[in-house]
Design a protein around this ligand. Structure first.
Ligand code: MSP
Length: 525
């Protein structure tokens, strides 16, 4: 639907205790591709990302580094998290920090409303807490420690000991929302996707929810509970609210009404917070629940979830410095089915770069432009009578545009790219079969040569428009060489095949230059 409908998309807000790795970048790119696609379709798009700066984890890291938590957060946001967005070409409309005043003030407002409505009470919390997860743990979440933690219970995710908490806290009556949540999952099966994540969450809620401890008293790095300043708000309760405090909740009703509800892209590890706690909080406040929570899979390294704490983290610029940001974006979106886990390997990245980006798309674009330059002095020829193969290319352009758009509406990013790539492959096959270089040898074939190159130019222009959300740098170079009207990122994507271009082509620099890789480990030399 290019009806200008509102599309508000978010990433999780990332903890600033450490620098980003490619797992964080993966979420950013996925949300970015969806945002760019919708923007290019004319939808009223708003893309939010940001940082999660409160809680014990950040406090401890800052203390260990001899600075205040705010100084630490400022340092990491400036030196690592904001630069990440540039490294991988993220087109976010807003960046929220949980230390922003617009956030802190309206977290308090939200909490006060829940308190006034009777959803909050005081109680005694006794149980285990994992500072790595910033989460209260049930016994079933714990496993026996090994090595230095032998004999202790450790968090199954972080493999580090949990801490026993015994505090007087404020509680949110989450248990009252079990049935309403189950009804929501049933009435709107798309609310949680993919299916595997949905099933896990439905069975978790079916077992019945307990109330949630939402404040802490033993440290003070957080938003103060408005009616009792000896408590700070539990970091997840605080963090989830970023999605509405950034959208105007409490201070810009108009913006909030036009943006909310959002589509949340999160890793599957935190889907439960987003699909259980978050909608329950919103229901209690009388607000709309999110449009959708999509829990994507993990990037695996050596078969395990990649993470800095397990020393398997890879920094995004280790990849972009060699392959460029477009290749980073393309690789992770193409090679991994969005929603499933996927293993990262340098070999696979290099192989796809060479075969799909350099040989498949890059060469196609440069050959077509070179032939128009050589045979028609750079003037794009008109098409004569269309033969079946020419018409087939035009049909494919229309078909893959619709199919890719349908895939994007299901958040099947990998499928959208695979659809568009059918056009890359068909165009390559078309040129091989039509042999424009052979046609050019006989002036009697002049019109036919024109039709073939016109078809090919139309095709690569359509590719530029369709691939712009994934490959913003390369497609914009190609668009310039095609003398297309305006910016490629402004071309209506749902009618990509109708793109308007200039009448001539200009020189095109190589879109995906050759990269020498070392043969022993496949990594870039
Ligand atoms: N601060 C919370 C989120 C609060 S949202 C209201 C948090 N932050 S985090 O820094 O730990 O980032 C978690 C997110 O990073 C995951 O949900 C996921 O999107 C991404 N990933 C972290 N490691 C990842 C992989 N190994 N693979 C894929 N994504 C991963 O949790």
């Amino acid at each position: 639907m290019s009806d200008g409908s509102s599309f508000y998309i978010t990433t999780p807000i990332f903890y600033v205790n450490d620098v980003p790795h490619i797992g964080h970048a993966y979420t950013e790119v996925a949300a970015d591709v969806l945002a760019r696609w919708h923007r290019q379709a004319g939808d009223d798009t708003w893309f939010l990302t940001g940082t999660d700066e409160h809680g014990q984890k950040i406090l401890r890291t800052a203390t260990a580094n001899g600075v205040t938590p705010k100084e630490w957060a400022d340092r990491l946001v400036e030196s690592a998290w904001q630069p990440l967005l540039k490294t991988i070409d993220i087109s976010n409309d807003d960046f929220i920090r949980t230390t922003d005043e617009r956030h802190e003030v309206n977290v308090q407002l939200f909490l006060q409303r829940l308190f006034d409505a009777g959803y909050i009470y005081t109680g005694e919390y006794e149980g285990y807490y994992c500072v790595g997860c910033e989460e209260y743990k049930a016994d079933s979440d714990l496993v026996d420690g090994t090595g230095e933690y032998e004999g202790q219970k450790v968090c199954a995710i972080h493999s580090k000991p949990v801490e026993l908490l015994k505090e007087r806290n404020y509680f949110f009556k989450m248990s009252e929302f079990s049935q309403r949540l189950l009804d929501l999952y049933e009435e709107n099966p798309n609310f949680i996707q993919p299916e595997s994540v949905r099933n896990e969450i439905v069975s978790f809620v079916r077992r019945g929810l307990t109330d949630l401890s939402i404040s802490r008293q033993t440290f003070d790095w957080g938003v103060k509970v408005p009616w009792d300043e000896s408590h700070v708000v539990y970091v997840w309760f605080d963090a989830l609210l970023n999605y509405i405090t950034a959208a105007g909740y409490g201070y810009d009703d108009e913006a909030f009404a036009s943006r909310w509800p959002a589509t949340h892209i999160v890793g599957k590890d935190i889907a439960r917070f987003h699909a259980v706690i978050w909608p329950a909080m919103l229901m209690a406040a009388g607000l709309e629940v999110p449009k959708q929570v999509f829990g994507h899979g993990w990037l695996l390294v050596g078969g395990e979830k990649m993470s800095k704490s397990k020393l398997t983290g890879i920094a995004p610029n280790q990849i972009t410095d060699t392959f460029g940001s477009d290749a980073f974006r393309y690789y992770f979106m193409r090679a991994i089915n969005f929603g499933q886990d996927g293993s990262f390997s340098w070999e696979d990245l290099s192989a796809r770069y060479q075969a799909e980006l350099a040989n498949g798309f890059g060469n196609l674009a440069s050959r077509v432009i070179a032939m128009v330059t050589r045979y028609f002095d750079g003037v794009i020829p008109d098409a004569g009578v269309l033969d079946a193969p020419d018409q087939a290319i035009r049909d494919t352009e229309v078909r893959v545009t619709a199919a890719a758009d349908a895939a994007i509406s299901r958040l099947a990013i990998h499928e959208a790219i695979a659809q568009v790539w059918q056009l890359v492959d068909e165009l390559n096959g078309y040129i091989t079969l039509q042999e424009p270089w052979a046609l050019s040898k006989d002036p009697a074939n002049r019109e036919r040569l024109g039709t073939v190159l016109n078809t090919a130019v139309r095709g690569i222009g359509t590719l530029a428009v369709l691939l712009s959300p994934v490959l913003p740098v390369a497609t914009s170079k190609l668009w310039t060489a095609l003398n297309g009207a305006g910016a490629v990122s402004d071309q209506p994507i749902r009618s990509a095949f109708d793109w308007a271009g200039g009448t001539t082509v200009s020189a095109l620099e190589p879109l995906f230059p050759r990269i020498e890789t070392s043969e022993t480990d496949g990594s870039a030399a």
